[in-house]
Design a protein around this ligand. Structure first.
Ligand SMILES: Cc1cc2nc3c(=O)[nH]c(=O)nc-3n(C[C@H](O)[C@H](O)[C@H](O)COP(=O)(O)OP(=O)(O)OC[C@H]3O[C@@H](n4cnc5c(N)ncnc54)[C@H](O)[C@@H]3O)c2cc1C
Length: 402
């Protein structure tokens, strides 16, 4: 184990869990990642191994058969997993967000119904906000649920569902109209509701009125499926409204996205750490002008800068996770961590790519995969522009002139 990405003050349990995950990553993920990624193959054996390790129930409370671990433990595991193969962290991330939203906002019946089966990995979560016409601007959601007798009817199109095909429970944000019906101007934020949409795994008509057309062919982040979802007269019931109350969906999703941002920051740290490891190894093997390239000062300085970026991003990610774990809102810290980690990840990967010279452009070398994976870090859970809006607006409130 290298000296980067160490975390002070971990409990014995956290240290043990991380050690087990790191061993799993080194032995079961890294040796097969690039081949599976190039084949765009779902990593079923790896997913089964993660189930055995208890990763699907890592943060689910013990009373619902999970391990009851913190967001920090989860984020550190994600960092390790992304160091091996970022797509694998994508398999568990939407599941984790849906479990988090259920723990925080679900009714007792919903928790009892889903959480134990989620901990076992039988119920697998995806979450869906984005649509073909919107991603950053969640307030513009068009997919609608209208009252239909005793239940609800959902119509509309969703886009970019990670694990859309491999999940059987999709937390879906739709427009339902304002809950309090105060007669005033309808707030886009109070007129949205999260539905817990049950469906079969796979593609095609996965529930009456819900079609998952197929995998979107992506630049990277392969292996894990990302899909559209088409709702045409999909019927559901009041019991499937998260928390049992309409009009709360936007806030529930934003809470979920805040932990999601820590998760993307952790993934970015994992990719950057791996890119650094590859670069420092390669730089000691490759010789030019009669010496290893690590002995050219330009390469040495590049390595020093890369490592410093990895450490900075890791420290910010850990702080954001610890804040959420302590019960505080971490919108600013999660936004900062996500922005810095994803931007630095791209810079570090680019530097590692340069250090690899022409070989970095060959598919035989791992850095080619990391290069494509890093790009997604700039987009998922909100772009850097959106993080800047969140951070800037919150700071203006904090520092408002008296
Ligand atoms: C592989 C993949 C997996 C995904 N998985 C999921 C998922 O599981 N669930 C889900 O709901 N979504 C998912 N998404 C969607 C993702 O969250 C969005 O793509 C992302 O939020 C950006 O939205 P957009 O693509 O609509 O870009 P847009 O919102 O159209 O933005 C385009 C550009 O404009 C900039 N921009 C937008 N608004 C502003 C502004 N106000 N000020 C300054 N700049 C601005 C953006 O930063 C960006 O550069 C996924 C996306 C991808 C690519």
């Amino acid at each position: 184990m290298g000296r980067l990405c160490q975390t002070d003050g971990l409990t014995e349990d956290q240290t043990e869990i991380l050690k087990a995950v790191r061993t799993f990553v080194d032995e079961q993920i890294i040796p097969v990642a690039t081949e599976l990624e190039h084949a765009d193959e779902y990593p079923q054996e790896i997913v089964d191994g993660l189930k055995e390790l208890g990763i699907f129930g890592l943060t689910i409370p013990e009373e619902y058969d999970g391990l009851g671990e913190s967001l920090l433990t989860y984020a550190l595991c994600v960092e390790e997993i992304a160091r091996g193969w970022m797509s694998v962290s994508g398999v568990i991330n939407t599941h984790f967000i849906v479990a988090y939203m259920l723990m925080r906002h679900g009714t007792e019946e919903q928790k009892k119904k889903y959480l134990p089966r989620m901990a076992a990995g039988e119920v697998r979560g995806a979450f869906s906000m984005s649509e073909p016409g919107l991603g950053s601007d969640v307030s513009a959601i068009k997919t609608k649920a209208v009252k239909d007798g005793d239940g609800w009817k959902i119509d509309g199109q969703k886009m970019w569902l990670t694990n859309g095909g491999t999940s059987n429970l999709v937390a879906t944000l739709v427009r339902t109209g304002q809950a309090d019906g105060d007669g005033g101007e309808e707030s886009p934020y109070k007129s949205m509701t999260t539905f817990l949409v049950e469906k079969e795994e796979g593609f095609g008509e996965t529930a009456p009125g819900l079609t998952i057309p197929g995998k979107i062919d992506k630049m990277g982040y392969k292996g894990v499926d990302t899909t559209e979802a088409v709702f045409e007269g999909f019927r559901t019931t009041d019991e499937q409204v998260l928390g049992g109350e309409t009009g709360k969906g936007f806030y529930q999703m934003m809470d979920g996205v805040e932990v999601g941002r820590v998760n993307v920051a952790a993934r970015a740290c994992g990719i950057a750490n791996r890119a650094f490891e590859l670069a420092i190894a390669y730089s000691q093997q490759r010789e030019t002008f009669g010496k290893p390239i690590s002995e050219h000062q330009a390469i040495l300085f590049r390595l020093a800068e890369m490592a410093t970026k990895v450490e900075t991003a890791h420290a910010m990610m850990v702080r954001a996770a610890r804040m959420k774990d302590s019960g505080q809102r971490n919108d600013v810290e999660a936004g900062m961590a996500k922005m810095v980690a994803s931007e630095y990840c791209n810079e570090v990967v680019q530097d590692s790519f340069r250090i690899h010279g022409g070989y970095g452009y060959s598919k035989e070398y791992e850095i080619e995969r990391l290069y494509r994976e890093a790009a997604f870090m700039l987009i998922g859970e909100g772009t850097s522009d959106i993080q800047k809006m969140i951070i800037g607006r919150a700071l203006l409130k904090d520092y408002k002139l008296k």
